[in-house]
Design a protein around this ligand. Structure first.
Ligand code: SF4
Ligand code: SF4
Length: 175
């Protein structure tokens, strides 16, 4: 049985967890990957409709919702429109099981990049980079461990299994 905590405290804990995870990935692994600053196709990783399969928990969705709420009105509107298009195009709301569903992420904004990069970037996105050798990739266990900690935060906060949604469906529930 977990000790219950408020969503506000859980979001602060999530932010600390994300920050530690990011530091570890950056310090130990990312220097071996191609630098995004010199990428010829920036955002290809986020817009690849055959690749992006990121799912987020209820607490991570709440963090994304707060980040979107802080965006300028015009950007918020663009996110809303992209989200609706993506859900329709990939029929995400019709899928019985979304675990293998892929989509172009509506949080990618041309010229800006990931709109939640500093505020609510999901763990798989923090871990992702373009490595030329598989041996240089961070081990999957690191992500598994961090996701277990996020699951625990969800259970402490919402006190029941919360499941995971693809980012577009998570956004649609929020805005
Ligand atoms: S992760 Fe890879 S594809 Fe995405 S911006 Fe960085 S270098 Fe480019
Ligand atoms: S959340 Fe950000 S980094 Fe992750 S797929 Fe979407 S735009 Fe890319």
């Amino acid at each position: 049985m977990f000790r219950p905590i408020s969503e506000q405290n859980a979001l602060a804990n999530l932010e600390a967890l994300r920050s530690d995870f990011r530091s570890m990935i950056t310090d130990v692994y990312e220097h071996r990957a191609k630098a995004c600053a010199v990428c010829e196709t920036p955002g290809a990783c986020c817009l690849d409709e055959h690749f992006v399969n990121v799912h987020v928990s209820r607490l991570e969705a709440a963090a994304i919702g707060k980040a979107i709420a802080d965006l300028p009105a015009q950007t918020k509107k663009a996110v809303r429109e992209r989200t609706a298009k993506v859900i329709e195009k990939y029929k995400l709301d019709e899928a019985i099981d979304t675990s293998t569903a892929t989509y172009a992420c509506p949080l990618f904004e041309k010229g800006t990049g990931c709109l939640v990069h500093d505020t609510a970037k999901p763990l798989p996105c923090i871990m992702h980079a373009c490595y030329s050798s598989e041996a240089d990739l961070p081990p999957d266990e690191l992500l598994d461990e961090a996701e277990l900690a996020v699951n625990k935060l969800n259970e402490q906060t919402y006190r029941r299994p919360t499941g995971q949604l693809p980012i577009p469906l998570a956004i649609a529930k929020l805005i």
